[in-house]
Design a protein around this ligand. Structure first.
Ligand code: 6PG
Length: 250
């Protein structure tokens, strides 16, 4: 997989978000031309949030066939939909309220209930109903957006958590000790079944994790959750700003 990934380094967060929006639009048009729909999973975090606001810019709205787009979320915090920390709410305010995606095509994760395992199972069933399966029988998103934390986590796949070892379930809920909070998250079986995965990674605090994930040693990359994202039959894109890329070989 390593040599199939494509790495783009942009001058700034804004430039990285602009390029990511352009690439997302291309992927969206490819998907809708080929299959009539665009199945997209959004990411939480401040860097993916900048992409959301970029996509909502009046000059960019037409670049995505929103009427044919189905929106899911790669992870969610254990808060209600209207909570400031909700990935759904942040995406709704930054993007979904500004684009013509049919409301019934937006599928939020319910990660704040008492039975997180049941909610995760139900979300996986929703994905399975809506997103067509690839050759391996797993729903194949047209695009899964991901951010990366300074510790190398992605979605809510945090170092040392049980979700990293999930090989069957597509979505799981788990306590994340470092946060002291529960999260719901896509697992590697679902992420690695995608046709396209796009990381958007910006900021100096990500440089060391980016160096390990994008280095030439798979064993080093595999020590971090983000380093284990490897779409079996899909394309893997990394879009970084110069600060996050500063430790990468020239
Ligand atoms: C979340 C995300 C998480 C995020 C990274 C990067 O819900 O927070 O899914 O994986 O994408 O932590 O976030 P920043 O861009 O804010 O560093």
């Amino acid at each position: 997989m390593g040599d199939d990934r494509k790495v783009f380094i942009e001058e700034s967060l804004d430039a990285a978000a602009e390029y990511a929006a352009e690439l997302l639009g291309t992927i969206a048009c490819e998907a809708t031309t080929a299959r009539g729909v665009f199945n997209l999973a959004l990411a939480g975090g401040t860097t993916p949030h900048r992409l959301h606001t970029e996509l909502a810019a009046p000059s960019k709205i037409e670049s995505v066939p929103w009427h044919a787009t189905r929106i899911f979320f790669g992870d969610e915090r254990d808060v209600p939909y209207d909570h400031a920390d909700s990935n759904y709410r942040r995406a709704q305010k930054a993007l979904l309220d500004s684009v013509p995606v049919p409301p019934q095509n937006v599928h939020a994760m319910a990660a704040d209930g008492s039975d997180l395992d049941l909610a995760a199972r139900q979300y996986a069933e929703c994905i399975t109903r809506i997103v067509p399966a690839g050759d391996n029988g797993v729903p194949a998103f047209d695009l899964i957006l991901l951010g990366m934390g300074a510790d190398g986590h992605t979605a809510s796949l945090f170092p040392g958590t049980p979700a990293l070892d999930e090989t069957d379930k597509l979505v799981v809920g788990q306590l994340v000790p470092v946060l002291g909070r529960r999260r719901m998250t896509f697992t590697y079986p679902l992420i690695n079944a995608a046709k396209n995965v796009m990381f958007l990674i910006c900021g100096a605090d990500k440089a060391e994790a980016a160096r390990r994930v994008l280095g030439d040693d798979p064993a080093v990359a595999g020590q971090l959750p983000a380093g284990r994202v490897a779409p079996a039959n899909g394309r893997l894109f990394f879009i970084l700003d110069r600060e996050a890329a500063r430790l990468l070989p020239r």
